[in-house]
Write a protein that binds this ligand. Structure first.
Ligand code: ES4
Ligand code: ZN
Length: 326
């Protein structure tokens, strides 16, 4: 079977990666030591053993605790630089990278510290790695509309350093419509718009992300297969789904990788992509997602080609870069 080698070698774009979810335990402990932050785990091994999740919330609790070691601009740079080098090794030529500023500003870290560190890593990746990477600011949906507006205002002095906004964290109970006015403002500002929807939440959340937030892509969206009319809408409007197979497995969205519906979504004609979500927590980077999915459901070379093409087509890369691959 030569498909794993093809999957690893093919040029690809990554569209769903939370940079805080790329922080490996070794780097987390190194930052804790240099910043004098105490972690509630004695060792890297003990931390890794805590990575056994039953749903999204059980992961988020540990993920937000891990981010507490990030204090200085250099910490944000180092985290992003480690991811970008890892992405290069997987032949990722373009990355649309999520960051969660509220996780840091709530601890007293300045918005500029976060954005400047991440942005500097993206700039260096272009010149030193040949990876084209840009930032998407995510609002935490378990926090209020007012807090999202406040975060947007703090980010506006850095408007030139991020290209869009997203919506992440605890989905159920925090539907897209909670942020309709925030997204309307972001749209006026010319930002790209995406949102997590249909990860654990119902198809109704995908509908409202599309119709009320007016997003260009849906992050996850795997619950859409429960609603035939929604499937038709996603297909007709060529709305990309940024699917994350190992994330869905580790957060028990599907009991086994063999039960994952990615191949059905793709064969239904949807603009599906494969992504890593939080690779340090879910046991693999983007190529691990491709290969393990293939081992579980049996992809063909045609599937591989379509997934790679979809990733560039749905990316927010400049037209020159997209046209080279689609
Ligand atoms: C996330 Cl897997 C997932 N879902 C929602 N929000 C997130 N933030 C980081 N990873
Ligand atoms: Zn995500």
């Amino acid at each position: 079977d030569r498909l794993p080698e093809l999957l690893r070698r093919m040029p690809k774009a990554e569209l769903h990666i939370h940079i805080e979810g790329s922080l490996e335990p070794e780097l987390m402990f190194a930052m804790a030591a240099r910043n004098g932050v105490k972690l509630p785990y004695a060792s890297v091994d003990e931390l890794r053993r805590a990575y056994a999740f039953s749903n999204l919330q059980s992961f988020l609790d540990i993920y937000y605790a891990g981010a507490s070691v990030l204090l200085h601009e250099q910490d944000f740079f180092d985290m992003a630089w480690a991811y970008l080098q890892r992405a290069r090794a997987d032949n990722v030529l373009r990355a649309d990278i999520f960051f969660d500023p509220q996780t840091h500003t709530a601890r007293g870290v300045a918005m500029g510290t976060v954005v400047n560190g991440l942005y500097r890593a993206c700039r260096q990746a272009r010149t030193e790695l040949g990876v084209d990477a840009e930032l998407i600011l995510c609002f935490l949906r378990h926090l209020s509309e007012a807090e999202a507006f406040d975060t947007l205002e703090q980010a506006l002095p850095h408007r030139d350093k991020f290209i869009g906004v997203g919506l992440d964290s605890s989905e159920v109970g925090h539907p897209p419509e909670k942020f309709a006015r925030v997204y309307a403002k972001c749209r006026e500002l010319g930002l790209h718009l995406v949102a997590h929807a249909g990860e654990e939440g119902p198809p109704a959340y995908v509908w409202t992300a599309l119709d009320l937030l007016k997003v260009e892509r849906i992050d996850h969206g795997v619950q859409s297969s429960k609603d035939p009319a929604l499937m038709e809408r996603l297909k007709q409007d060529r709305i990309a789904l940024t699917v994350c197979p190992l994330s869905n497995l580790k957060l028990c969205v599907f009991p086994k990788l063999a039960d994952h519906n990615l191949k059905q979504l793709l064969e239904a004609g949807l603009a599906v992509t494969v992504n890593s979500d939080d690779p340090a927590y879910f046991g693999g980077y983007i190529n691990d997602n491709f290969v393990q999915l293939h081992e579980a459901v049996g992809l063909t070379a045609q599937h591989a080609y379509q997934l790679a093409r979809n990733s560039f087509e749905a990316s927010f890369a400049p037209p020159e870069l997209k046209q080279r691959y689609v």
